[in-house]
Design a protein around this ligand. Sequence first.
Ligand SMILES: C[S@@+](CC[C@H](N)C(=O)[O-])C[C@H]1O[C@@H](n2cnc3c(N)ncnc32)[C@H](O)[C@@H]1O
Length: 240
Amino acid sequence: MNFKNLLSRTITAFLNFKISRKSLRRKSYQKKYGMSLRNWLIYHQKKIVFDKVSWMGLPVWKNVLDAWIYQEIIYETRPDILIEIGSKFGGSTRYFADLFELLRHGMVISIDLDRSEYRLEHDRVKLITGNSSDPQVVDQVECLCRGKQVMVIQDGGHKKNQVYQDLLNYSPFVSLENYFIVEDGIVDLFHYGDGLGFDTSGPLDAVEEFLKNHPNFVQDESRERYLLTYNPKGYLKRIS
Ligand SMILES: C[S@@+](CC[C@H](N)C(=O)[O-])C[C@H]1O[C@@H](n2cnc3c(N)ncnc32)[C@H](O)[C@@H]1O
């Protein structure tokens, strides 16, 4: 074999190698990334959300696409107070408090009945420990919110009755053009045992009932534009 032939065979072999590597990569990419949005939500729930999402080192039980939308809402509406129902570790609480710190405005009132795993101290956080349905807790929040611009994020109890109670108790505090966000309605769109579903009625059912009786709130679907939200019909905007 002369030098010219050898060179041409080497170049052809190299190009074939590159092409086959490329199609191999494409194949494995397509296999991994060809999953449906539904399967992604199950994957996220089973493998990501409970131990691989954090903010400044604290666990956050959220889909980060929703967390990004919260940041946009907070920036746009500049509430004086965000009522968070359900603090857990304080990771989400810190996320909101840090956003308020960046804006040099606003604070979080974070309610939880269990402080055993909570690990945050922050100047822009006021903690209330108790059941969100307890009239004394609601009264305390009412005092703090008087005359303020307020939004609410409900991430406490996820059964329909609890979410509905929270909607009734805390929606009157929400200011015009601001939001009551109900988290995790996604569980009502899955079935028990398939990775995300509950065995009882949950947040989405509560929202649907609430909206029927409260025309002063509407679903803001634009906040669900990433599609992969945990809060279908959960971005409730106060319009009157
Ligand atoms: C899903 S975790 C909150 C997660 C947190 N917001 C985050 O994103 O990381 C729910 C929390 O709500 C609390 N909770 C459940 N029912 C409640 C109620 N009725 N009142 C107050 N807190 C409640 C639980 O103790 C738990 O810490």
